[in-house]
Write a protein that binds this ligand. Sequence first.
Ligand code: C5P
Length: 301
Amino acid sequence: MLGVTSSAQGLTVEAPAKVNLTLRVFGVRDDGYHDLESVVAAVALFDTLVFEPADGIHLVCGGIDVPGGEDNLVTTAARALADECRPAKGARIRLEKRIPPGRGFGGGSSDAAAALVGLNALWDCGLGRQELTRLGTGVGSDVPLFLASPVAVMRGRGERVEPVAATSSWWLVLAWPDYEMPTAEVYAAYDRLGASMDGRSAATDILPRLAGPARRARRFLVNDLEPAADSIRRGRFDVRGCLEQAGAAAIGMTGSGSACFAVADTEVEARRLAEAVRAAGAKSHVTTLLADGKQQREKPT
Ligand code: C5P
């Protein structure tokens, strides 16, 4: 799904955001990570990364403010690849950030996956998807899924990704508040709440419904982390409540929050919901699911 294009500025990779259409927690592992099953779909909202040869690894960030240097997963990914691909080479990486961080859209992981793919090409490392996936797993649980297909079922800690050939004509309204949700804290709250884990797949429910009307997905956009995220939110802006009030047909929370998304059958309906979110004081973006084999450009909101 991550394609590399070449231009006068260098090699460019567009890194998409994702939404977790479903997320079920099946257990806690000995290493503290959680065993998951999640149906994840890439959406047409992109960060852009441009790679040029340089001495050393340098990251320059523009757009939404995010940590640069060693605190950014792009640098972690670049160093992991440089260690693997001797003799180590350098790069100047420009990251134009559009995916809001800390909301569950996986932007940092997508950027890291894009860095692995872009630098693999720039440095001519010749690593295959499997090797990049192994490196990506070490960088973050969500990195491998961005190396797969636009719709996939993610299992284990996130390292087992099964591509799914699914299409959907749904429109998506991404809606997020002004606060971030720290993933590790949400998982810790999940453990404290002590939910019973029934091990039932949600993928088998949602996948056949992707081709149908949005309202049929209503009961199936389940996310086991939502009660934990709600317990941390403590009275701050309620994105789901806002979308519900606006009359959205089906709503889900993505990742560990803080964002939710609504699915709609038409662009007009999606834009109406997005406007209602904005009028209530939160942010929104209207988009579609990514289709395999083509990188759709971001649609204007
Ligand atoms: O792997 P990553 O750094 O993205 O994970 C962030 C945090 O989320 C982990 O430190 C862990 O607390 C939690 N996590 C988890 N189980 C997963 C993925 C993440 O407990 N499958």
